[in-house]
Design a protein around this ligand. Structure first.
Ligand SMILES: CSCCC(=O)C(=O)COP(=O)(O)O
Ligand code: ZN
Length: 216
């Protein structure tokens, strides 16, 4: 993939971001969270640009050349490659939350099953779990961590509007599920975002286990 960078973005900066995105994608893929080319990943490059996975690539086999530059309107910059079909969900985070620098989206089995099971309730309400403290801003298991479940759609503006509505209502948002699809989460850097994703995977798995055990 040939990538021409704007004069304001040094090659070393883009390469660092592209490597970080590709490394995270491969690692998450080894956990089985990115089956069959699913999932997408991005990292902010500067105030107006992000590095994001090219659409349709297998996320377990990504290298630097599978990552491309976009602007925050979701347009490809300096390449003919096609960015993730879900780019709008990434740029929304970067536009609305200037302090956020990484967005990770995966399709693990746990995330997918939980999204279906809790869709009717509109959210997963997590409370009583020590691991909630892995989410930035949560300091006790007694707090309520609400992960909304939005209906799936192929029309990204619909999803963007649902996320905007949640944020505009002033409700905290660290992650959301999409029904039958997967999870989105973000953070200030890769370490924080990975921590969010791993904690949420664990917490959703616990909720699923509890449901099963209570039903048996
Ligand atoms: C085969 S997965 C369907 C699309 C999807 O949900 C996804 O996460 C991957 O899409 P992308 O365009 O980012 O490869
Ligand atoms: Zn997806």
């Amino acid at each position: 993939m040939s990538q021409t960078l704007p004069a304001t973005i040094p090659a070393s900066l883009f390469e660092q971001r592209a490597d970080a995105v590709a490394d995270a994608a491969r690692e998450l893929s080894t956990l089985g969270w990115t089956p069959a080319t699913s999932s997408n990943f991005s990292m902010r490059v500067d105030a107006d640009h992000a590095a994001i996975t090219i659409s349709g690539r297998h996320k377990g086999r990504l290298g630097r050349d599978d990552i491309m530059l976009i602007d925050l309107d979701g347009n490809a910059v300096g390449t003919d490659a096609r960015p993730s079909a879900e780019t709008a969900l990434h740029t929304q985070v970067y536009r609305r939350c200037p302090e956020m620098n990484v967005v990770l989206h995966t399709h693990s089995r746990t995330q997918s099953v939980a999204s279906r099971l809790f869709a009717a309730e509109g959210a997963v309400r997590l409370q009583g779990w020590e691991l909630q403290k892995a989410i930035t801003g949560y300091h006790t298991h007694e707090s309520v961590l609400e992960i909304p479940v939005f209906p799936n759609t192929q029309h990204m503006p619909e999803l963007v509007a649902r996320v905007n509505a949640w944020l505009d209502a002033g409700k905290p948002l660290h992650a959301y599920l999409i029904d039958g699809h997967g999870i989105y989460t973000w953070g200030r850097d890769m370490a924080e975002t990975r921590r969010h994703l791993e904690a949420l995977e664990f917490l959703l798995g616990c909720e699923l286990d509890l449901k099963k055990l209570r039903a048996s």
